[in-house]
Design a protein around this ligand. Structure first.
Ligand SMILES: Nc1ncnc2c1ncn2[C@@H]1O[C@H](COP(=O)(O)OP(=O)(O)OP(=O)(O)O)[C@@H](O)[C@H]1O
Ligand SMILES: Cc1ncsc1CCO
Ligand SMILES: [Mg+2]
Length: 306
């Protein structure tokens, strides 16, 4: 699948930035924060714990390792909260639910808040099923530092939490619900929802797609790159959530969301150039996560809205 690679933000300047945005200057402090976070991941191999779905759990762990961190998967509240005291960030992904999750996930989120432990939420398939909706509603009281999802998931969660101005009661939370785990909306459609959600949690929101959107509720960033193969393997988004957790262990929510998204775009483009199909893409992608340098991550195709 055709894609382009860029070596520096200067070369990015030769290409059109996403509509309504301009490429972040090479000297912008945001790029230095991303580089420092990536370097810190490489230097300290931080653990980010995951409570994640059973489809992609292995890929999440391998991506965290290839990005420079370490992985530990855990599912019972006492185990998760004990592990949270050994690491600086965690990741919750609601992709495959078990009966006990309905009680366990709210307990875990409350425990994280009491510990002051930052975490990343991937609201996979938000809007589907009463159990998933009850769990996602419970997180409103003990919110994550970062929400990472596809456009439909971000729109649905924002509406569910009553943050959508047009629908303050969240009465129509299933209106944009994803088709299973896939998005039915473009990233632009989730822009306002992402801003509202980021302001509510006091953290950052990352919306993935062909061009990603990351916001802290004030500035809105657009990140290009990646590969169409990322939609042909399972777990590109799930593992991105795990790697946001890895970065969150060493940095603030906005830097974590930007750094992990930039890494995925740079590594995805590099892997795209070498892959022959989805199978070899997964292998090439893990290698590219490992071989992408902090400076290359900071030099990614990152634009900010005008
Ligand atoms: N068409 C595309 N071109 C380039 N990169 C893409 C494209 N679609 C998605 N990506 C990248 O793939 C990664 C995962 O995003 P995606 O929106 O597919 O997540 P998701 O739907 O939650 O995935 P999954 O459910 O498979 O885990 C992100 O890094 C994103 O930038
Ligand atoms: C395919 C699938 N089903 C539940 S979670 C998951 C992984 C992608 O989100
Ligand atoms: Mg997903």
């Amino acid at each position: 699948m055709a894609s382009q690679q860029f070596d520096s933000p200067q070369s990015a300047a030769a290409h059109d930035a996403p509509a309504g945005a301009h490429w972040l200057a090479a000297t912008d402090p945001v790029r230095e924060k991303i580089r420092a976070a990536a370097q810190s991941v490489r230097d300290t191999t931080p653990l980010a714990q995951s409570v994640t779905n059973f489809v992609t759990v292995n890929f999440v762990a391998n991506a965290q390792l290839a990005a420079g961190g370490t992985a530990a998967m855990s599912y019972l509240p006492d185990d998760v909260l004990a592990t949270a005291q050994l690491c600086h960030a965690s990741y919750i992904n609601v992709g495959t639910l078990q009966p006990y999750y309905r009680e366990a996930f709210p307990q875990i989120a409350e425990g994280f808040r009491k510990l002051g432990h930052p975490w990343v939420l991937d609201p996979v398939a938000a809007g589907i099923g009463e159990t998933r909706s009850a769990i996602l509603m419970a997180f409103r009281d003990n919110p994550p530092a970062v929400v990472r999802g596809n456009a439909s998931e971000i729109i649905t969660l924002t509406r569910m939490w009553g943050l959508d101005s047009d629908d303050p009661d969240g009465a129509d939370a299933s209106a944009n619900r994803p088709q299973g785990v896939e998005s039915v909306d473009g990233v632009d459609a989730a822009r306002d929802a992402a801003i509202r959600l980021a302001r509510f949690i006091g953290g950052a929101v990352a919306v993935s797609g062909e061009v990603d959107l990351v916001t802290d509720g004030e500035r809105v960033f657009r990140l290009a790159g990646g590969s169409a193969y990322m939609t042909k393997i399972t777990g590109a988004g799930c593992s991105l959530g795990g790697v946001v957790g890895t970065y969150l262990a060493v940095s603030d929510p906005l830097t974590a969301a930007l750094g992990a998204s930039a890494l995925y775009n740079v590594a995805g483009s590099a892997a795209d150039a070498r892959a022959k199909g989805p199978g070899s893409f997964q292998v090439e992608f893990l290698d590219a996560l490992w071989n992408t340098t902090p400076q290359q991550i900071a030099n990614g195709l990152i634009a900010v809205e005008d």
